[in-house]
Ligand binder design. Structure first.
Ligand code: ATP
Length: 357
């Protein structure tokens, strides 16, 4: 396994980029720690595959350097980076048996037959493939073929890292959950450095120790699932993580008072003043009918999801979402919107104001 360091990496697919807008990947520094499991999460087109291909050596970055354990590998191709990759679609030999497919990466490296057999059986057991080892790959379903591709990615123990590019796309939804948990177990067992690309937040949050959130070619935050939920560093992370996403309410802050339209909200420990966005997750807002501390809002719609209800309200022309647990009464018409001060954050120009509550 290896620590992977990206030093001032940037990439443009254009031969003569004129400015930042021409870069698919804006300049970034990042360290992928040895033995950690990372998810690279972001919407379509944000640069995830570009970044993964730079790590694997399929793509040479326009700028910057890549170091594996301090060794500069920027000029090396994939074959010379000692990396295993699992792609969106199965990459296996149809004419070979499942066993031969799993053994291939090991035989290729000259491992002795006994060790190959032992390792193939170990990986097959972990992926529930033991009973299928002697079947021909050609007859298998797309799901099973992709599981063999995962096995081929996991079979070598001597790789610097294993890179996964949306590996569960072709897997049946009910199997996805099982495979994701299995990958997590395998990571615990073998402690490979893993980088897993996905645009699915559930996949990212259940798989990874740390999630790297990207948008428009930029890394906006690297954090544990908890950190991304509790303290999004950027408004995009707040929207993208959580369902429904975080609320951002435009306000003008003066001392401990926020002016929202005509109303005022008393705050604790803002650490900034002027035009800000108040960031609060729907889970940390409640609706009451009384004159509790908070601001007035108008209830617009209620969506019942069983265990809780999603209530859309309006405050000074701005839409706000509140998550109300089952059983709590929801006022109709005008209600009081109450903020949990421990979970009220402040953003300036989309970035978190540090030092606030
Ligand atoms: P997806 O989830 O859809 O795969 P992604 O986050 O992996 O998206 P990339 O595929 O890395 O994003 O693309 C980032 C940007 O670079 C996009 O604007 C894309 O159109 C552009 N791009 C990607 N590959 C090329 C290429 N070979 N030539 C030119 N532009 C490219």
């Amino acid at each position: 396994m290896a620590e992977i360091r990206l030093k001032n990496i940037a990439h443009s697919y254009m031969p003569a980029p004129a400015g930042e807008q021409d870069y698919a990947l804006k300049p970034m520094d990042h360290i992928w720690e040895d033995g950690s499991a990372y998810a690279l999460l972001g919407p379509s087109g944000c640069g995830k595959t570009t970044l993964l291909n730079i790590i694997s050596g399929l793509l040479r970055p326009s700028d910057g350097h890549i170091l594996f354990d301090g060794d500069d590998v920027t000029g090396r191709d994939t074959a010379h980076r000692n990396i295993a990759q699992v792609f969106q679609f199965p990459v296996i030999y149809d004419t070979m048996s499942v066993r031969a497919n799993l053994a291939f990466p090991l035989k290729n490296r000259g491992m002795d037959a006994g060790a190959v057999q032992a390792r193939v059986e170990e990986v097959a057991a972990l992926l529930d493939l033991t009973d299928r080892l002697d079947e021909r790959a050609a007859g298998l379903t797309a799901d099973a073929k992709q599981i063999i591709s995962l096995g081929r990615g996991l079979v070598r123990t001597d790789v610097s890292a294993i890179l996964f590019d949306e590996p569960l796309t072709v897997i049946d939804p009910h199997l996805k959950w099982q495979i994701r948990s299995k990958l997590k177990d395998l990571h615990r067992q073998f402690a490979h450095t893993m980088v897993y690309v996905t645009h699915d937040q559930t996949e990212a949050l259940t798989f990874a120790d740390k999630v790297v959130v990207m948008n428009e070619g930029r890394v906006l935050q690297v954090g544990t699932p908890d950190e991304l939920f509790e303290r999004p560093a950027h408004t995009f992370v707040g929207y993208f993580i959580g369902s429904p996403g975080m609320n951002f309410i435009n306000a003008t802050v003066d001392g401990t008072i926020a002016h929202i339209g005509e109303q005022t909200l008393t705050l604790q420990n803002v650490g900034a003043s002027g035009p800000l966005q108040i960031g609060i997750r729907p889970e940390f807002l409640t609706l009451q009918d009384s004159d509790a501390d908070g601001i007035d809002c108008t209830v617009q719609s209620v969506e019942d999801l069983g265990r809780h209800r999603i209530v859309r309200v309006e405050v000074a022309g701005q839409g706000v979402t509140v998550l109300m647990p089952e059983g709590k009464p929801i006022p109709s018409g005008t209600a009081r919107l109450v903020f949990d001060p421990k979970h009220t954050l402040f953003y300036r120009d989309d970035y978190l104001v540090e030092g606030a509550a």
